[in-house]
Design a protein. Sequence first.
Lengths: 581, 344
Amino acid sequence: MAVDTALLAEAALRGPSARKAWRRSPSLLAGGTVLLTLVVVGVLAPVLLSGPAGTLTGDANLRPGGAHWLGTDPFGRDALARALVATRLTLLMAAGATALSFVAGVAVGAGALLAPPRVRQVLLRVVDAAVAFPSLVLALVIAAVLGAGAGSAVVAIGLAGVPGFARLTYNLTQGVATRDFVTTAHLLGVPGPRVLARHVLPNVSGPLLVLLTSSFALSLLEISGLSFVGLGVQSPQYDWGRLLNEALPSIYTSPWLVLAPSLMLVLAGAGAMLAGDGLARLVDPRQAHGAPAGTRSTRRAAAAVTDVADGADGAGAGSDDAVLVVDGLVVEAAGRRLVDDVSFRVRPGEVVGLVGESGSGKSTIAMAVAGLLADGLVADARELRLRDMDLLGRPPARRLATEIGIVFQDPSATFNPALRLGSQLTEVLRVHLRRSRTASRDAVVAALTEIKVTEPRRRLRQHPHELSGGMLQRASIAAALSTEPALLVADEPTTALDVTVQAEVLRQLRRLQREHGTAVLFISHDIGVVGALCDTVLVLRDGRVVDRTTGAALRAGAADHPWTAALLAARPGARHEEATP
Amino acid sequence: MTATTAGEAPAPTAGGHARARGRSVLDLPWVRFAVRRAGGLALALALLVTVTFLIVPLIPGDPARAIAGSTASPQAVATIRADLGLDRPLPQRFAEYVAGLARGDLGTSFRYRVPVSDVVTARLPYTVQLAVPAIALVLVLAIPLGMAVGVLTRGGRRRRLDVAFGALAGTVAAVPPYVMGTLLVVVFAIGLKLFPPGGAQTQASLVLPILALAVGPACAVARVVRAETSSVLEQEFLRTARGRRLPAGRLYLRHALPNLLTSVLTLTGLVLTSLLGGTVVIENVFSYPGLGTGIVQAIVSKDYPVIQGIILCVGTLALVVNLLVDVVLGIVDPRTLTGGHHGG
């Protein structure tokens, strides 16, 4: 039942969700149906069933059976009828408490927004402090002041819910209040409370509705809890909690009496929970559309198709010294072909570049080679081989980890934020090469020193967020090279970095590549970078290789193929857009 | 608490001093954490003390008459008025109340004629005996279960398991502890006679109350863990870890789990403190001699000093749980120490 206000606020600010989702939310439908049924029962049961629920008869303590589905109590009253009749009082009390929480909470939250900064700070601090306590503790304080009774239980639970609504309202409205249309309204001289009512509150209604639903469920269960311990509804009135309370003394002789009120409480709780879940899904667009169903197409069928088209010259026969052989690579996702019949080789010490726009399939090729395709993507090829290792089979983890070094695009996202750099950078050495902790640390420190990371020993004790992007990316390269891999796969290694940092990282990469003689598969959307760094260059478009050229030719500005020429021509303009690939 | 403070500026004094003096002790993350949390803790305690003090003055009508009951003699009412100091002005009474608390003096129970601190210290261990194992059980059940389902259903695999788990865990999570407790008593104490139905005499009598407290919250937390697992598994750093071809155990436990814990603890801190509220109610199912039965009896018999004492005690426990959650968060993910955004 934990409704995280910060998350809800964030969800609301991401914008309105699709209206169609209404129909696609079965949990909202189910929960709504349950709640609606309960409301109907609450209206009708006291009218229709007051006889069996209230009349004292001689049929005391009957087991559940024909005439009395859930048995009778010690006074001969029907247990089910009493539970159904109690629905009205239970729902009314829960509704009352929720309304109190909502009105007072929204008022406090909105008040904090409109109040002068100093008052606002005090209010927010107090609300935060109050949220830290379980709501039942606050409810007990109020029950202590007002004494036991139905009214005081409603007020107690209602007031206990105020801090939650206040905090959510404030978080939500504060986010909206700084948006343009609100500022505009202010500038037009619309008074504060009016801005709030007309422009702000309608925009935050989604998450508030979710909290309202879960708050209703919580109020219902907590008021029943108070009645259950004897602090809520008093005899002769009864709600579900009171019925459960009255069933306890005779629990040995007639245990079935707990069934009816328990059933109703669970039903109401589950109904409100389902409805709240459904609403939250509507409000939060992240959850609105389900995860894509990963259809696993048959690999062999895809391979049969690729046999037809093979005109590429790069995969020429005879050169068996190649580190990496890619022949007829196809990658498909749910029937859509992302990479279509791509063939190339990487020889020892060679830097092969894949260049193309985003969506051209270049990163997909890199991940297919590395065996790290996302869920739902399926790769196949006539041949996919690293030295003597068939990458299409199930190569041993140890060889994959040590023979392929990988550098990913965004260093701020590729490091685990919760772990120190030392444990991440030395992991392959420790896990796969079984080196000791000290030996692998020394090796990584040496590698970091080589790539000119300052204070390498201290870096190992730091967390990723304490380093700059450039430093992190150098550390990635150092770690990737620390196992002396046969192939380094560098997937847009500098795209997320500042232009000045980019040049330095590329320079270090090139230097180390030359010194170690490592073969590199280098992926970039920047034809200038590829030209400067690579020996051989493949130009990709829509998952196909459209041109094969050399770094030297690109540096000279020579392009035979019109698409390569277009990329070269677009380069000066593209320079400005590098931050947003 | 942790989630709601996100997005605010850190305590201005701490930041200012640290910057003025360059690298000082205030730059250390744990010191900054302590400074920041101490303020919040002090305010929460002040709120707790004020609210418990206000219970008596806020009683509608004449508190002394309300406490003594409508049939009491004028002398009895006068005695109670003098006992509670209701004839003295409010600020003075507040000062005396705070001074008493500082000495560890919580007053004297009307009903038992013994110091309230004795009543509280006699009952507190029983409540802790329920709450601590229950909190531990919630985490021990929820994290492996939620992670296992999250891993099994990653990337849209096993839709049916996903739906079944969501429905089942959601329903169980909606069962309040007192209903769970009552049903457990009917099935396991009365039906199968496996455990005693109440009391606190034996270790076995703790089993049902702890289960009743933990099962619902465990399901609620497991749903959160499952959702967080799916989102962590899609993070890029997990692809990096997969690129290191780690064994499944290491991949999920060393790389996914710490990141999960951060958001799960942030989201479930409130669930864990509300479990303390559940303890108050559940003790009444099992006629268990803890703070929960104590406060209900005290409210019924209008024993205000005991009410105040128990509220102070349960409130402080809630603050301790909150603080522990934040400390664990700080150990798991040091970024949370400096009061920045987390979990969102």
